[in-house]
Design a protein around this ligand. Structure first.
Ligand code: ADP
Ligand code: MG
Length: 617
């Protein structure tokens, strides 16, 4: 038998390698941006057409390349950034694998123009599918200008696998933001199909965050600062009252590289313990500086995962640093009248070891349980104070008195083990019809041979969902006009999504008077929701849509309807009069599917007389 193993030709090997590095247009942008940063650029411009499927162009004013380097840069494992394996342990550059340009050139039409300061004339190279088509001298400013056209032109399967332009653009914006956040001192701009999405001047970190996420962000940020022998931390966390329904604004950077780390994320969340509402995610922009020796970046081709030597210590330091900040900026309910005066000493003194700083935050503090608080102090003063400071954390989320009251009712209602109240308040309702409400959560009705218990929120979600599904693309619903227009801030990404679904939202009763780059003005809202709920509803909707990553128009309408239905439906904890209860029961059983909520949870249960009989045996 003859030998069967042979070496793959370069262009095939490059295509395979490309699959690891380049998943979508956004990956190309990330690699090119990182190259520009490594080249010392202070200005970087990104130009994208049709979400990068047609064109991605990155122009920088960095060092540029010599004629030979320009040619070599497209070879696999060609890099100027490391010389030996040891260099891997002292990395300060973004790139080091020498794969990006080779990979990109294997699956696209690439044109590179570059010139160094000392050269009079630059060089221009054209490459298609790893083949150099031409290289000639050209006139070009100092720096590098690289165009990547027709991505995946030679791998139709990959090209077809790409999502809609709006989804791919969102990925691009994500990558762009990550790089821009890691390098606030560099000027960045991003254009899509000729319109400017970002224009970010070089600035300090706080200003960069504000420039990306909008003016309102400024007041939401609490600075975090810590210095120990193994890590230097700086950055910001969002105040708990601004925690979002989505993970959108959570960023970790290690040595100025964006990374994902569920473990460190957990440390952040843990430091917010007791301060967040259910299902709310705190925002954060945290920068960790560690000795390059103590991390391994080379565990994943896209380098977004990092292995730390001492993850556990990092966890502890991070958590206490954030707790300290939240406490110091009076965000956390620090009981400051009897705190240790040592808390007032400056925090980040450099000779401190790894031992986590001691922070006087009461972990067991639960604002909803006044009695536990009273357990160790009978002082009324303390009670009142803590409750007040807790409540103040919610201002902004619930804007009017009524909104706040109802949300607190609801929380209390859920945290208490309510066992009674079966008869209280339900009698008069029962008199009106064959239904009554249990715990402001369930509608109970009798059946011919048993009882029916309906989850009011799920039932109403189902009713609204089917209505929305039917009408959202065609008719306009009635809206309630707002006395004063409501201005809401969103990130660029969220605004792009909002533009996409504007027409559908208008069909549900929203009226938008203005859609700006980072904010929207609303003058009318659907009749079913109150003004104070709008922000939460839209935020949840955008996050649902973002997470769904819809591929087709149909699924977007579906997600939209589901999310809106959930947001508009009566909440648990809302008292319903008997007409409302009846209405829900009747409409529910007129639905196509009355058994499952839009999120596939059971809407009702039945208890037959037989089953009851068994329980009495
Ligand atoms: P890596 O970044 O891992 O070294 P790349 O394939 O991304 O690998 O780039 C190969 C080489 O090309 C880099 O090491 C660098 O020397 C050069 N290069 C790439 N982009 C630029 C740029 N924008 N400006 C100057 N040099 C660049
Ligand atoms: Mg690179």
């Amino acid at each position: 038998m003859t030998d069967v193993i042979h070496l793959l030709p370069d262009h095939v090997a490059n295509q395979i390698a490309a699959g690891e590095v380049v998943q979508r247009p956004a990956s190309v942008i990330k690699e090119l941006l990182e190259n520009s940063i490594d080249a010392g650029a202070s200005q970087i411009r990104v130009l994208v057409k049709e979400a990068g499927k047609i064109l991605i162009q990155v122009t920088d004013n960095g060092n540029g390349m010599s004629l030979t380097d320009a040619r070599l840069s497209f070879e696999r494992h060609a890099t100027s950034k490391i010389n030996s394996a040891e260099d891997l342990f002292s990395l300060r550059t973004k790139g080091f694998r020498g794969e990006a340009l080779a990979s990109i050139a294997a699956i696209a039409h690439v044109e590179l123009k570059t010139r160094r300061e000392e050269d009079e004339i630059g060089t221009c190279i054209k490459i298609e599918g790893s083949e150099v088509v031409s290289q000639e001298p050209c006139v070009t400013p100092q720096g590098t200008n690289i165009c990547v056209k027709n991505l995946f032109y030679n791998i139709p399967a990959r090209r077809n696998f790409l999502k809609s332009d709006s989804v791919e653009l969102r990925h691009i914006i994500d990558e762009f933001q990550r790089v821009a956040l890691a390098h606030p001192g560099i000027q960045f701009s991003l254009f899509h199909n000729g319109s400017e999405l970002f224009q970010l001047p070089g600035s300090n970190l706080k200003q960069r965050i504000v420039n990306i996420f909008g003016g309102k962000t400024k007041e939401k940020l609490v600075p975090v600062e810590e210095e120990t022998e193994i890590v230097k931390i700086h950055g910001f966390v969002g105040k708990p009252e601004f925690a979002k329904r989505s993970r959108g604004e959570q960023f970790f950077f290690v040595n100025d590289r964006f990374i994902k780390s569920p473990y460190l994320n957990h440390a952040v969340v843990a430091s917010f313990e007791g301060l967040l509402k259910d299902k709310a995610y705190p925002g954060y922009f945290l920068y960790l500086d560690v000795n390059p020796k103590s991390i391994d970046i080379n565990i994943h081709p896209t380098k977004t995962e990092v292995k730390f030597d001492d993850e556990h210590a990092l966890y502890t330091i991070l958590r206490s640093a954030i707790k300290h900040s939240l406490g110091q900026f009076n965000v956390a309910p620090v009981l400051d009248f009897d705190r240790d005066s040592s808390m007032d000493t400056p925090y980040g003194f450099s000779q401190k070891g790894v031992t986590p700083p001691k922070v006087e935050v009461d972990l067991n503090f639960n604002p909803f349980k006044n009695d536990t608080l009273g357990g160790y102090s009978s002082s009324n003063y303390r009670k009142v104070r803590s409750a007040a400071s807790w409540e103040s954390m919610y201002t902004g989320l619930e804007q009017n008195e009524q909104g706040r009251a109802s949300s607190f009712d609801q929380v209390e209602f859920e945290s208490e083990e309510v066992t009674g109240n079966l008869f209280g308040g339900s009698e008069d309702k029962q008199a009106g019809g064959t239904t009554f409400q249990l715990n402001k959560k369930y509608i109970v009705s009798t059946l011919k041979s048993g009882i029916l218990v309906i989850d009011q929120h799920r039932a109403h979600s189902r009713i609204l969902y089917e209505e929305l599904l039917k009408n959202i693309t065609v008719t306009s619903a009635v809206s309630q006009q707002l006395l004063f227009p409501l201005a809401l801030q969103f990130s660029t990404n969220e605004m792009e999504l909002l533009k996409e679904i504007k027409a559908s939202l208008e069909n549900t009763g929203f009226i938008f008077s203005e859609l700006k780059k980072n904010s929207v003005e609303i003058t009318g809202i659907p009749t079913l929701i109150s003004e104070s709920e709008v922000a939460i509803l839209l935020e949840q909707l955008l996050s649902d849509l973002e997470n769904e990553v819809p591929g087709s128009g149909f699924s977007q309408v579906d997600t939209l309807s589901k999310s809106l239905a959930k947001g508009m439906a009566v909440k648990s904890g809302t008292a319903l009069n008997s007409a409302e209860q009846q209405n829900i029961v009747n409409s529910l059983f007129a639905c196509k599917d009355s058994s499952l909520s839009p999120y596939n949870k059971p809407i009702f249960i039945t208890l037959t007389v037989d089953e009851l009989d068994k329980k009495f045996m």
